[in-house]
Design a protein around this ligand. Sequence first.
Ligand SMILES: *[C@@H]1O[C@H](CO)[C@@H](O)[C@H](O)[C@H]1NC(C)=O
Ligand SMILES: *[C@@H]1O[C@H](CO)[C@@H](O)[C@H](O)[C@H]1NC(C)=O
Ligand SMILES: [Ca+2]
Ligand SMILES: [Ca+2]
Length: 371
Amino acid sequence: MLHVIMLALAILNNHASAETGDNISRDQITENQDSCGCGAIKRRAGDQLEDSTILQEDTSLNINSEKYSSAANAQSIYPRTNQMVFIKGGKFMMGTDEPVFVADGEGPSREVTISDFYLDIHEVSNAEFELFVNATGYRTEAESFGDSFVFESLLSEETKAGITQAVAGAPWWLPVKGCNWKHPEGQDSNIKGRKDHPVVHVSWNDAVAYCSWAGKRLPTEAEWEYACRGGLKGRLFPWGNKLNPKDKHWVNIWQGEFPDTNTGEDGYVSTCPVTEFPTNAFHLHNIVGNVWEWTADWWNIKHSSVPTTNPMGPESGKDRVKKGGSYLCHKSYCYRYRCAARSQNTPDSSAGNLGFRCAGTNIPEYLKEHP
Ligand SMILES: *[C@@H]1O[C@H](CO)[C@@H](O)[C@H](O)[C@H]1NC(C)=O
Ligand SMILES: *[C@@H]1O[C@H](CO)[C@@H](O)[C@H](O)[C@H]1NC(C)=O
Ligand SMILES: [Ca+2]
Ligand SMILES: [Ca+2]
C-alpha cells in the first residue's frame, strides 16, 4: 500500500536579499537567478517517512575483505577507490570580487595558502560506492529516509503520477519515494550501464563515511577551489574564461531553455561517466559540472579578506558547502559551474545531481602501488 508522502518540504532558501554590485553577466541572467533550487532540496530533522520498509530487503551485508587487497584493486576495471592526483600547495585568490551571486558569498577575493594534498581525479562512481556498500553494508541516508530528490523530467510518467508534492520555488525537484543511489530515478530505475557515472543521492554524512572507509576525507572548500582553478588566476572556469573554447564542450551542464528543454548538446541530459570531458591542468575530471560535490566546510557567506592558511570554514553551521554545479546548471538560471560559485545543503540532504570526491593530506597506502 502506498503511503502519502509526508515530507515537510524545505522552505526555499531566501537568496533574494539585498544584492548589489553583481553586474557581471547580468544581461543573460533571468529573474530567477537567485533561486536555482540549488539549495532548496533540504531535509529537515524528522522528515523520515513512516514506511521505508520497501527499501530494507535490498540491504545485504556482504563483507569481503579480499576486496581490500591491492591485487583485487589492480585487476578491477573499476578500482576499489578513485585514483588520486598530487596537488602541490601554494597561494591563490579564493572567491571573486566580481560575484554573480553576491548572496552566495562568492566574494571577496582573498588570499589563501594551501598545503600539498591529494585529490580524487574524478567524482566517486557508482562502482566505487558499490564496493564500499558491499564491503561494509553501509546504508545511505536516502535509503533510511525512504526518498530523495529527482529532477522532474528524468522521471517516468508512472513515478511522477505517484508524487503529490514539490519544492516551493523549485517545482522541478520532486521527492521520489524509494529513490536512492541504486535507484536514481526511483524504484523503476537502476544503475545498470551507469557504473562509471557519479554516485548520486548521497548525503554529506554518506560522503564522509565513504571517504573515511577509503582512507581519505572530504576536501575543504579552499582545497576544492584551489584544485578547480588548476593554477589559473582569476578565471571563471577550470580551463579559462570561455565556456566552449575550440568549439568543444568542456563540461556537462544544461543546453536549451531551463527547465523545459535540455537539448543534451554536450552529449548528456543527465550524469555522464566520471572520466568524460577534458581534465583541467591538475588532471581533474568534471571538477565543475556533472554533479555538485560536497566539501568539508560548514556554510557561511561572510568571509574576511585577511589572508589565511588552510582555512576550514566556520566551526559550526546548519548547511555544508557544495561546489561545482551540475548537469542541471544553465547560465540563465544556475550559473554555478564557476570555480568561485558555491551553494549549500543540510548534511542529510540528497539529490540526483549531488555527489562528491575525496581528498587526502597523504595518499592511502593501497594507492601508492597503483597511483
Ligand atoms: C560593474 O560595476 C562596477 C562598479 O559598480 C563598475 O565600475 C563597472 O563598470 C561595472 N561593469 C559593467 C560591465 O557594467
Ligand atoms: C557487490 O555485490 C553484488 C551482490 O553480490 C555484486 O553483484 C556486485 O558485483 C558487487 N559489486 C562490486 C563492485 O564488487
Ligand atoms: Ca549536459
Ligand atoms: Ca563535478
